[in-house]
Design a protein around this ligand. Structure first.
Ligand code: DGL
Length: 266
């Protein structure tokens, strides 16, 4: 077996983490990915942190059982609820989390106002409070939990006047309050980034943290000497519940034919 050719595990409540997978495939083309979408428990955003922690632990167990050498929590809500817990429980495993790009947002804004789009679970978390405290003292954060947006994206409603109106309701009050920077603090939201960019206009900055997370993953794999020298197998995809639009949306985003393997239940 080629050394370090074990896959990298990624998980999210559904298709959202594919936006991280997209960036990772570009940054680390030699790495095989094993992606898990917890569609049986979607959406995570409105659920209590304890429930999300329990799902995250089950998924981690599954991914480690498949031989993953590192795990990317490709979900802001699950990172907020479970990252510390998972690191404690599996101290040998490198875990890479995702959190709203408050720091880059605070750097980018000229008006001192940053729109943050995330989920209710992320906004309620300790991790988010700590981000605000550390990086947003000098700027105002305008927050919206975007209720229903994750489900809309899972349903494949990425374009069209209805989704545009839905996003306008969220973004126009932020624009009216002079926000000039928008942070996509949920991995589902880059699926509607073109529409968000159309609404906020070319003068605003929209931040998708996925490329930065892919670079962070590279640094961690390098440090631990875990980089794979070549791609040894196809990327693999699992879901815990309904496949729904997973294959179609994943195929469109990633640019290769995605087939979900037999369902995994827990
Ligand atoms: N994609 C996830 C996130 O980044 C959560 C979406 C959800 O299931 O609510 O927060």
């Amino acid at each position: 077996m080629i050394p370090n050719s074990q896959p990298i595990g990624l998980f999210d409540s559904g298709i959202g983490g594919l936006t991280a997978a997209y960036a990772i495939i570009r940054e680390l083309p030699n790495e095989q990915l094993l992606y898990f979408g917890d569609t049986a428990h979607l959406p995570y955003g409105p659920q209590p942190a304890e429930a999300i922690r329990a799902y995250s632990a089950e998924i981690t167990q599954f991914l480690l059982g498949q031989g993953c050498k590192a795990i990317v929590i490709a979900c802001n809500t699950a990172t907020a609820a479970a990252l510390s817990y998972l690191r404690e429980r599996w101290p040998e495993t490198p875990f890479i989390g995702m959190e709203p790009a408050v720091k880059p947002g605070a750097r980018a804004t000229r008006a001192g106002k940053v729109g943050v789009l995330a989920t209710a679970g992320t906004f309620k978390s300790q991790r988010y409070a700590s981000l605000m405290h550390r990086f947003a003292k000098e700027v105002e954060l305008l927050e919206n939990p975007c209720a229903g947006l994750v489900e809309r994206i899972e349903n494949g409603r990425l374009n069209g006047p209805e989704t545009e109106a839905f996003l306008r309701n969220i973004l126009e009050p932020m624009l009216a309050a002079h926000a000039d920077t928008f942070v996509l603090g949920c991995t589902h939201y880059p699926f509607v980034q073109p529409l968000i960019e159309k609404i906020v206009g070319p003068g605003a900055t929209v931040i998708n943290p996925a490329p930065a997370v892919a670079r962070q993953l590279r640094r961690i794999l390098e440090e631990r000497q875990l980089l794979s020298p070549e791609l040894t197998g196809p990327h693999r995809f699992f879901v815990s519940g309904e496949k729904g639009n997973f294959e179609a949306l994943a195929t469109e985003l990633l640019g290769f034919g995605v087939k979900v393997e037999a369902g995994v239940t827990f």
